[in-house]
Design a protein around this ligand. Structure first.
Ligand code: ADP
Ligand code: MG
Length: 501
């Protein structure tokens, strides 16, 4: 594929001239066992078209039945986003043809969403908080999945054949739509990323979605427009579809700012269109001219009754909300006695969950933190992977810490054990046995090594006896060498003192 070249305006110049306005639509796939309107499995990754039934295939006469869990979880998400919950809401038909949607309409909510008017406070990297206003969170069903063969980068353009898999058709989705986000200026890309990141963390902590962006269980459409500084009305927006990673969310916003600004400067009119994010080079390509709501011919789905959510039920669900991730983080920060900066570093390094899990497995927060933010962070960097992708688990690290505290491993032996676990040689106890990494406890062997080291270093012995008790480092070093690092330094020091006093 020949790379498309764009006229782009430098970001600094964009910000001198324009004010970006953003709107984010995030689709969250719920982790229900079955689909939103039928009993087929909602499992990811099964053989194509094995999880289908008359409803998800849109066969004539098939009738949808609402998945109560799907509704409950929609309410849960709405409540966590500080939304009002509609006591009565409706499913509508959004009519359009696409080969991955056999009914020719998608069941969605239109003018009566289940949750509306909320907000999410998100943390930016420097610690400032940004409130993103939520317009609505509504229920809908996912479409099937098309795989295009023969084209480049999986695009339909240039493809010779396309395959339809309806396993995904009918899986419950919650679409969370923000109000226009104004005034973010140069931070617009960062706000977009932080918002999606917070929302992802939120739905994961609610236990309603696996929140795997790489598997498409969270998909983002990012709307962006520019207005000249000082102008009141919004400019025309483009909508970049199906963005699949946090990094891409940030890049898609940044790219559209630079592309639209250059286009406007060249006297072009921005069209309200969908655009496709290109993973390969971080650009966006024009898609279709955006339909207006009228084009979809929305009407209430006559096959489905209104969704009734009595206040008592909503309150019952509210009572099941877990401690929200950022509140939990603030509480733990206090417990661990960390400064804001220390906490932020640890969160940005992706170490927070690893450390909490290590603490849950028995280590103190200082012990856990020291492993994850120094030694293991270094190992992750060397391997160019995230901390949670390392081949050592928090439970294993807690085991190493416990063995060090029991005096069975030295810090150095502990690191050797972790290295072996990272190399895939087994769990902590296995690699210790395999490499004989335990601290030598046999007093006889250590005593012999101490005697030999003292005999070999008469000068040091003399200085020690003359009152300089700080010179024993070389003796300890020699003993460690003789025991191949397996002696306990504290024990060695004790023996030396006994012998020389
Ligand atoms: P659609 O049906 O076109 O996807 P939605 O209402 O679902 O429309 O989502 C549109 C999103 O774009 C919302 O987040 C909204 O706040 C945002 N938005 C609306 N107008 C603008 C604009 N001019 N510039 C940027 N974002 C906008
Ligand atoms: Mg939309």
């Amino acid at each position: 594929m020949t790379a498309t070249t764009y006229d782009l305006m430098d970001l600094d110049e964009v910000l001198e001239k324009f004010d970006p306005v953003m709107g984010l639509e995030v689709h969250v796939e719920l982790a229900t066992k079955t689909k939103m309107f039928s009993a087929s499995s909602a499992e990811f990754g099964d053989a194509p078209n094995s999880n289908v039934d008359p409803v998800s295939l849109g066969l004539p006469g098939a009738l949808p039945v609402v998945n109560a869990k799907g509704v409950e979880w929609a309410i849960k998400i709405g409540l966590a986003l500080n939304c009002s919950i509609a006591e009565s809401s409706r499913f509508a038909r959004k009519n359009y043809f696409y080969p991955d949607q056999p009914k020719n309409y998608q069941i969605s909510q239109y003018d009566e969403p289940i949750a509306y008017e909320g907000y999410l406070d998100v943390q930016l990297e420097d610690g400032t908080e940004w409130r993103v206003e939520i317009e609505r969170a509504h229920m809908e069903e996912d479409t099937g999945k098309l795989t295009h063969l023969g084209g480049s980068a999986g695009r339909i353009h240039g493809a010779t054949a396309s395959l339809v898999d309806c396993n995904r058709a009918g899986i419950p989705l919650i679409e969370v739509v923000t109000k226009p986000i104004e005034g973010a200026g140069e931070r617009a890309p960062e706000v977009a990323k932080a918002y999606v990141s917070a929302l992802r963390e939120l739905v994961k902590s609610l236990g309603v979605s696996d929140a795997r962006m790489d598997q498409g269980s969270i998909r983002v459409d990012s709307n962006l427009s520019l207005r000249p500084i000082g102008q009141q009305e919004f400019g025309t927006r483009t909508e970049t579809k199906n963005i699949n990673s946090l990094k891409s969310v940030e890049q898609a916003v940044r790219f559209e700012m630079m592309r639209q600004a250059a286009a406007i400067e060249n006297g072009e009119t921005i069209r309200q269109e969908t655009r496709h994010y290109q993973e390969t080079d971080g650009t966006t390509l024009a898609g279709r001219i955006k339909e207006t709501a009228e084009d979809y011919r929305y009407f209430n789905d006559p096959d489905l009754p209104p969704v009734i959510a009595p206040a008592e039920w909503v309150e019952e669900i509210r009572a099941t909300l877990p401690e929200l991730p950022w509140i939990r983080r603030a509480r733990i920060q206090q417990e661990w006695k960390l400064s804001d900066a220390e906490m932020r570093d640890l969160v940005n390094a992706g170490a927070f969950d690893m450390i909490t899990e290590t603490v849950e497995a028995g280590a103190t927060s200082d012990e856990a933190r020291s492993w994850w933010v120094s030694y293991l962070a270094k190992k992750a960097k060397e391997a160019e992977v995230d901390l949670d992708a390392l081949a050592v688990t928090p439970v294993q690290i807690a085991r190493v810490v416990a063995l060090i505290n029991e005096g069975k491993l030295t810090n150095k032996l502990g690191r050797q054990a972790v290295d072996a676990v990272l190399a895939g040689e087994g769990n902590v106890d296995e690699v210790i046995a395999k490499h004989g990494l335990e601290v030598v406890r046999d007093d006889g062997a250590i005593e012999k090594a101490v005697d030999e080291a003292l005999a070999a270093n008469p000068g040091i012995v003399e200085k020690y006896r003359a009152g300089n008790t700080k010179v024993t480092g070389a003796i300890v070093g020699a003993v460690m060498k003789a025991t191949r690092g397996k002696a306990d330094p504290a024990q060695v020091n004790k023996l030396i003192a006994e012998k020389l006093n």
